[in-house]
Write a protein that binds this ligand. Structure first.
Ligand code: GLA
Length: 389
């Protein structure tokens, strides 16, 4: 659906076609490397996609929020002063969480009518939730002249997830969808929020996303479990060297103090985070130097560590990756996002894309029973207002 069609649907739902609306768009994201490092104060390397979420909205005189989407059959009307609690497991909790954050920080967005429409495959690990959060934050800021700078808007996303939705995620997804730039990836230090926009020049190669189409059951609770395991590792390691985050340690320092971690599972989790963090730095250097083969090898090593040490892959993601790596011209393949289902991202030679899809699709279906979807990634811009009227 394009923005004009969403606008039409807005008027069909909320009427008053003579009153102006505004249209916003926020992308999804794909992370190239640096998984489960963000909440450990580490580096990540995501980029915004051209897929994303449209939001058509306008102010209302009454202090109520009206929300609907063209994607699901669930809409809501709620007075702004009754925003305390999460509503089941519904998608509306992402925008409500953002609203709640702004109100709790003393901002005063008034009533609003909103219609969302997303073209990111749902629960695919391409951050449809962060996309909804940022499109909401950007729209409220603009519509109500709240004068909040972009980084602060980005921060309302993870705050909404942590405080309202109940997922202890880091800042990577919202940073990517809020700060993305066409044909660039963001090398982000999640501790200091310093970042560098790195041009993605893949002479002769493309990034191909493959969706497992496996719904990520229990993903949120498993995610929070990983966050706690990392916190446990910080506590144990701090007996030898006081740290606030795992990513403060180099792998050399980690190997010196790893004996302080008693639980072998916690040890594996920490090893993933620390080695992954170093892989991000190496991968960015490789990309800047045009060393694509090396970049691909680091993607492969990242996946293997997420499979063996962090244990967030599963048969679906592993099958897509294994089958992909069998194809000549696929020089790197890994899961992207939280894991437990969702998508892989692969670096594939232009001439090999067709054969990659032709071979991996059926092999994957045969092994798992799911049908995979494939997309050549287009790297787009961060969230913005599209038009006025
Ligand atoms: C999810 C979270 C992010 C990040 C990734 C894993 O996408 O929302 O904050 O932790 O998982 O890298």
């Amino acid at each position: 659906m394009n923005s004009e069609e969403v606008k039409q649907k807005f008027y069909n739902r909320y009427y008053r076609p003579d009153e102006k609306v505004r249209v916003y768009f926020s992308p999804g994201r794909v992370n190239l490397i640096g998984e489960h490092t963000d909440y450990n104060g580490g580096f990540v390397f995501p980029c915004a996609l051209s897929y994303g979420t449209y939001l058509v909205c306008r102010k209302t005189a009454e202090p109520v929020i009206r929300m609907a989407t063209t994607n699901f059959d669930f809409s809501l009307e709620i007075p702004i002063d009754q925003l305390e609690n999460k509503i089941g497991e519904e998608w509306v909790n992402y925008p409500l969480g953002v609203f709640n954050e702004l109100v709790s920080k003393g901002f005063n967005p008034g009533g609003i009518e909103m219609l969302y429409s997303g073209n990111i495959p749902n629960k695919s690990g391409l951050s449809s939730s962060a996309s909804i959060e940022l499109v909401t934050a950007v729209a409220l800021n603009d519509l109500y002249n709240l004068d909040i700078d972009r980084i602060e808007l980005v921060k309302t996303g993870p705050a909404a997830e942590n405080n309202f939705v109940g997922v202890n995620c880091g800042i990577m997804d919202q940073f990517a969808v809020g700060m993305g730039k066409k044909d660039h990836a963001i090398f982000l230090n999640c501790d200091t929020l310093e970042y560098d926009l790195v041009p993605i020049q893949l002479e002769g190669y493309k990034l191909v996303i493959a969706n497992t189409n496996k719904t990520r059951g229990l993903a949120d609770s498993k995610y929070n479990e990983r966050v706690s395991e990392c916190q446990k590792a910080v506590q144990d390691l701090s007996q030898g060297t006081p740290i606030g985050y795992l990513a403060e340690l180099s792998s050399r320092e980690f190997f010196e103090y790893q004996h302080l971690i008693e639980d072998p599972i916690v040890l594996k989790r920490a090893r993933h985070v620390i080695t992954e963090n170093e892989r991000v730095i190496q991968a960015v250097m490789a990309l800047k130097a045009g060393a694509l083969e090396e970049f691909g090898e680091l993607m492969n090593a990242s996946h293997d560590s997420l499979r063996d040490d962090y244990e967030v892959t599963g048969i679906e993601l592993d099958t897509l990756v294994e089958e992909g790596r069998k194809i000549k011209g696929v020089i790197g393949s890994r899961m992207t996002g939280a894991g437990f289902g969702g998508c892989t991202v692969s670096l594939v030679k232009d001439e090999a894309i067709e054969i990659y899809i032709e071979k991996v699709g059926p092999a994957y279906q045969e092994k798992t029973g799911y049908k995979a979807d494939f997309y050549v990634a287009e790297i787009g811009n961060g969230a913005s207002r599209l038009q006025n009227k």
